[in-house]
Design a binder for this molecule. Sequence first.
Ligand code: ZN
Length: 343
Amino acid sequence: MDYDRNKALLLELQRAAGTGNDRCADCGEPGPEWASCKLGIFICLNCSGIHRNLPEISRVKSLRLDFWESNLIEFMRSHGNLWAKAKYEAKVPPYYYIPKSHDCMVLREQWIRAKYERGEFLDTRVCPDPCSAGSREGCLWKLGKVRRQFQKRQFLLSTREGVMKYYSKESRGPKAVISIETLNAMFQVEKIGHNHGLQITYITDGQTRNLFVYHESGKEIVDWFNAIRAARYHYLRITFPNVPEPELIPRITRNFVKEGYMEKTGPKQKEAFKDAFALGQVYLGRRDEGYEVRDDLPQKVCVKKKKPVITLVTPVREFVFICENDRRQKEWMDALNEVITQL
Ligand code: ZN
């Protein structure tokens, strides 16, 4: 009899207003059917799988299938998702990526570990300032261009210098110096063929470049991802001091739906181009914020081949794009002008 009564109490508690229990404590998925009775939180099936691997800090029970003793129900009542959020997410830095249910495993697992196992966001923790959080040095496995094999490369991220660099063993100088302005990172597990696969995208000389990297440690790769986000956040804060925080956060890194837009010599449809910019690899602002599109080259810039060009002027630098022909140039110009006028 206790069995049924307790189950009803528990399900009532899961639905109770103002407790936050009606959504997974870790990924926000509605209607969680599981709980960690050690942490006192309601979680979804997916996240329960991660908690199951952390017996030191968590203990998973099904709301419907397991037996719940009265004292455990009381424990759940006195804790719950809102309580846990206030405790374990007290100091999540603004740039830290909080995964959703559709995000890849490594992001969700590290979020849960960071919160409960390492206590990274507890109120008692001293938050790093975004500048130091956006500086990092270490090795990553990078997919080679020629032999299509992963090779260990030294990476360096510096918020202060506004760049990310990487080095190979053979060369003395950096193999690439990447401006944080156009830097983007997103997890691409299937494409890279590794559960910790990260795609780093940037623009150099008007061309989109990709680096495909991973690290054996889930913590390392997620820390790299958030370090890049911290560096981007710092850059955006300084460059766009008047843009409110909620508008800035989605521009830190993007998971773009369309790919390959600028790797082509010209866009097949101008929509693809518009989306690429609107989605934020290059932050596009309004004309009155200092953005401009021109059909000539900046001073001191020469292009060997005589092809039509577009110069995109941003408050910090100018981007030059080389177009296939005059018609393409006009299409890009129209698309870009439309964006900077509309924003
Ligand atoms: Zn979940």
